[in-house]
Design a protein around this ligand. Structure first.
Ligand SMILES: NC(=O)C1=CN([C@@H]2O[C@H](COP(=O)(O)OP(=O)(O)OC[C@H]3O[C@@H](n4cnc5c(N)ncnc54)[C@H](OP(=O)(O)O)[C@@H]3O)[C@@H](O)[C@H]2O)C=CC1
Ligand SMILES: CC(=O)N[C@@H](CCC(=O)OP(=O)(O)O)C(=O)O
Length: 340
């Protein structure tokens, strides 16, 4: 299979290429971007020496034509026009937000502009989603924060152990914001400090979390989400809480998660008493998850760590593509992290 990567000079593009180089079914075709077109990949992704001499092209339909799979790792709003020029025989994977939301009003409120449409959502661990992704030719890769929150709370909502008022506080590494220069990402702003941003129900991942959790719960779920920026390059640690349903105990909660996750290759329910840390998932397509009941507050507490660029973007994208193409879901994806 030949795969093209649009946005090859960016963080998501670089992680897609790192993983595809280790995938036995893929060869790497066109590499495209915008301002870096005409330069060699080695100038932008020096950690990928096997591709260092490849020349980046402009992102055009001609450059992306003739591939089995096209990964779009472009800024929001740029995917729909490119995808429209690619035929239905090509599997098109949008790592951006353009095709994640089903509700045009939510798109309008949080992103603005015209809604591009809705594609099958690339989170195979959600109930029924593997069947939807099998044979799909268009895939919307979830946002990195929604990936963490949906993985953390879906088992509780599927088992009806949690109520619909969710609170999430999550820390992300700076690569979540992409590679283009931004003053709040300067080393002098980020090093030695953790700060909140997007506070007060305004972060654009909020409706995506509500969409996914409401579908699992089969009732509307509200999410109050506060992101924070942490002085690390990769990783998300999300603490997700929801009211415990009447009668829930620590034991019933643990059992529900064990049952829900026993066959999940990438979601690791940690041994009791071990709490997730981002380092556990560095460079791996895994999630490290722990759950308990706060008996005093009557709330389910799920804490999850992922690598935002791996399970949170590129690894999750390839996992969904494996399913779409009828390949083993785990093919080419790292199941183990790096420690210490
Ligand atoms: N970083 C993360 O953790 C996650 C990112 N995503 C999504 O993945 C997408 C890419 O993000 P990320 O890699 O972080 O961003 P970067 O800023 O690191 O990279 C953006 C890439 O898009 C290219 N590009 C920019 N504008 C255009 C354009 N008009 N036409 C064609 N190419 C263009 C850039 O090329 P050039 O360098 O030549 O300008 C670059 O290759 C975004 O939609 C993001 O939301 C999703 C989940 C997590
Ligand atoms: C640290 C940081 O800035 N993170 C980004 C989210 C990155 C991501 O997954 O989002 P999209 O694919 O939806 O862009 C943010 O909060 O906007």
């Amino acid at each position: 299979m030949r795969a093209a990567i649009a946005g090859a000079s960016g963080y998501a593009g670089g992680e897609l290429l790192r993983l595809l180089l280790g995938h036995p079914e893929f060869e790497i075709g066109a590499l495209t971007a915008a301002s870096s077109a005409g330069s060699r990949l080695g100038a932008h992704q020096p950690h990928l020496p096997r591709l260092a001499d490849r020349v980046i092209e402009d992102t055009t339909a001609e450059a992306l034509a003739g591939h089995d799979v096209v990964f779009l790792a472009l800024p929001h709003g740029h995917s729909a026009a490119v995808a429209a020029e690619l035929g239905p025989e090509t599997v098109v994977v949008d790592c951006g937000a353009d095709h994640r939301l089903a509700d045009p009003a939510a798109w309008q409120e949080f992103y603005g502009g015209d809604h591009a449409g809705t594609w099958p959502y690339g989170l195979p661990e959600l109930p029924g989603q593997r069947e939807i992704l099998a044979g799909a030719t268009r895939i919307a890769v979830p946002g990195c924060y929604p990936t963490s929150v949906l993985l953390a709370l879906a088992p509780a909502f599927a088992a009806r152990l949690a109520g619909p008022d969710v609170v999430v506080v999550a820390a992300s590494g700076t690569s979540g914001a992409g590679k283009s220069p931004k003053s709040h990402l300067l080393g002098s702003e980020v090093m030695g400090s953790v700060g909140a941003y997007g506070v007060g129900g305004v972060h654009r991942h909020t409706p995506e979390m509500e969409q996914g959790l409401s579908a699992v719960a089969k009732t509307p779920v509200r999410v109050s989400f506060t992101p924070t920026l942490a002085p690390m390059s990769r990783g998300i640690l999300a603490t997700c809480t929801a009211p415990a349903a009447p009668g829930v105990t620590k034991e019933s909660l643990r059992t529900a998660y064990e049952v829900a996750l026993k066959d999940e290759p990438f979601v690791n329910l940690l041994p009791e008493g071990v709490w997730p840390a981002t380092a556990m998932t560095y460079g791996a397509n895994t999630a490290a998850l722990q759950v308990t009941l706060d008996e005093r507050a009557g709330r389910v507490i799920a804490v999850i760590a992922i690598d935002n660029l791996t399970k949170g973007t590129a690894g999750g994208a390839i996992q969904s593509v494996n399913l779409a193409l009828g390949l083993p879901e785990e093919l080419g994806l790292p199941l183990t992290g790096v420690a210490p």
